[in-house]
Design a protein around this ligand. Structure first.
Ligand code: ATP
Ligand code: MG
Length: 398
């Protein structure tokens, strides 16, 4: 057992001390067997949510109607879900009904892929009803039960198969591929936010080339926003495609390769958050600037540090050039100012220099011109020099 499991065993112990069963389940068991870094630890239990709420002090009821709560224990979060079976998915979004059950067997059967349908008790005994372990060994993704039915129930599983292939480097079994092809058009009925969530993970996968190959071979992309109207867009992706850790980076890349599709359109059709939108816009500016001017002070000034990594990866893919994060940090450390706020003058100072003028956009424009001069090193950032420069450069007032 690795450290996250050792801490989580205390949660299993507490549930079991109240005479209920509890197991580690799903991705964390798969990743433990693969010796891969564990994402979250999910727990399945026979205890109903109301009992979990009584056992633990801090419980967040995130999905009570599906039997899911988050237990906070020693500053860690665990998703604890009561064993359940699901009714039919008439809307292909949520099961119409869920029924809580006493044993884990049926609960494992509702899970998407054999590699995800594993449970493990606190001694490390694995419950493996669908040969998930041998599929992990052979690096194969296949559905639990009939793929056609399971994909019809929840078509998101089609995208999930692709994202697991991209994250794990596994192949998808021929039968499962076949069923994905049969059901793929049903993807259009599911919420874009769910698709976005899985596709973000697909693009961030260590084996992204495998994931993208399946995405094109199965023609699943024909049922995704934007890609449906621009079927050639995936072929534009660079040959040396690497993991892109954020969807803002994905949009910036696509927009660079196909500029006629605006970032706004990407953001709207893929229902992205504001964070993703801002990241895409900033990365796009940086890529265009890089194309024209290379890596200079202005670029580093405009690019927040948390985007250095994704930016350098995009540059590597698009221009076949290597930018070291170190290099960017050194430029950043030597910048005379980090933001407009660091300028030695303010808008008020600028206005006072020309008392005869009404305030207006000229103030902002003047500050922008000053900012540019300071950054380029032509002007020292102190009040006297800046005021002097503004007085002698009245053109900035226009
Ligand atoms: P990750 O490491 O990316 O979190 P994961 O396998 O834990 O991967 P989750 O999306 O967190 O994936 O889901 C947790 C588990 O719940 C899965 O391993 C699977 O057993 C089950 N599951 C999740 N989504 C579905 C679905 N749409 N249909 C069936 N089972 C699902
Ligand atoms: Mg998970």
């Amino acid at each position: 057992f690795t450290k996250p499991f050792i801490e989580a065993i205390e949660v299993l112990n507490q549930i079991e001390s109240h005479a209920y069963d509890a197991y580690f389940v799903g991705g964390c068991v798969r990743d433990l067997l693969l010796k891969r870094e564990i994402g979250d630890i999910d727990i399945a239990t026979s205890a109903p949510p109301s009992v979990i709420q009584q056992i633990f002090n801090k419980v967040i009821p995130v999905g009570l109607e599906h039997g899911t709560v988050i237990v906070r224990h020693r500053h860690q979060s665990y998703e604890v879900t009561t064993f359940r079976v699901e009714g039919s998915y008439s809307d292909q979004r949520h099961p119409d009904t869920v029924e809580f059950i006493q044993t884990i067997d049926q609960d494992l059967k509702r899970r998407d892929f054999t590699i995800n349908a594993l449970a493990m008790d606190k001694q490390g005994n694995v419950i493996d009803l669908f040969d998930g372990r041998s599929d992990i060994e052979n690096k194969i993704i296949q559905t639990v039960g009939n793929g056609y039915d399971r994909f019809m129930e929840d078509p998101l599983r089609i995208i999930r198969a692709l994202r697991f292939s991209s994250q794990l480097g596994f192949s998808i079994s021929p039968n499962t591929i076949n069923d994905m092809k049969l059901v793929k058009s049903e993807i259009e009925n599911i919420a874009v936010e769910r698709i976005n969530n899985e596709m973000t993970k697909l693009f961030a996968g260590d084996y992204i080339e495998i994931g993208l190959n399946y995405l094109t071979d199965t023609e699943v992309y024909q049922h995704l926003p934007i890609m449906n109207d621009h079927p050639n867009i995936i072929e534009l992706l660079p040959k040396n495609m690497q993991a892109i850790r954020s969807f803002g980076g994905v949009i910036a890349l696509f927009h660079f390769l196909a500029p006629t599709i605006s970032i706004k359109k990407w953001v709207n059709e893929w229902k992205c958050s504001n964070n993703v939108k801002n990241e895409a816009l900033i990365l796009n500016d940086a890529l265009l600037h890089y194309k024209n001017c290379g890596l200079d002070r202005l670029l580093v000034y405009c690019l927040p540090r948390n985007y250095y990594q994704v930016f350098s990866e995009l540059v590597n893919m698009l221009f076949n050039q290597i930018i070291l994060i170190d290099e960017m940090e050194q430029i950043d450390n030597r910048l005379p100012i980090k933001s407009k706020k660091d300028l030695a003058i303010t808008g008020d100072d600028v206005r006072e220099l020309f008392p005869q003028l009404k305030s207006g956009p000229w103030i902002r424009n003047t500050l922008a011109a000053v900012e540019h001069e300071v950054l380029s090193g032509k002007l020292k950032n102190n009040k006297m020099d800046l005021k002097d420069w503004i007085k002698w450069n009245p053109h900035v007032i226009d």
